[in-house]
Ligand binder design. Sequence first.
Ligand code: ZN
Ligand code: MN
Length: 130
Amino acid sequence: MKRYRSSKQRKRILALLRSTNTHPTASWIYDQLKGEFPALSLGTVYRNLRILQEQGEITHLDFGSTFDRFDGRIEPHYHFICERCGNVLDVMLPVLREIERSFSDQMGGKVLRHRLEFFGICQECLGQKG
Ligand code: ZN
Ligand code: MN
């Protein structure tokens, strides 16, 4: 693994990601931190996010959406995506290891991980009328 000089900005980005469960975009992170680091640019935020990913500190959510979203929770978990507001929520269900074993047996190979995503309408959106 490549080594990087530690950076104050990167530490703050990591702390920010760990403090939220909203799976923010790079531009949200940039907006939160630009007051604190006047020299910060969106490009720097992206670069630091890429380094944090390489270091295994964060994960990147790829839903094929326009904006990349980032997650400070690195242990395997599922996500729910609201099709009305676009919110991404953590799903508090156990990860289904047994389906990995079943399919590994079936194909004679080894499943290392799987993804499962839930889509629907979040509680907040469901409560809104009209
Ligand atoms: Zn919603
Ligand atoms: Mn998550």
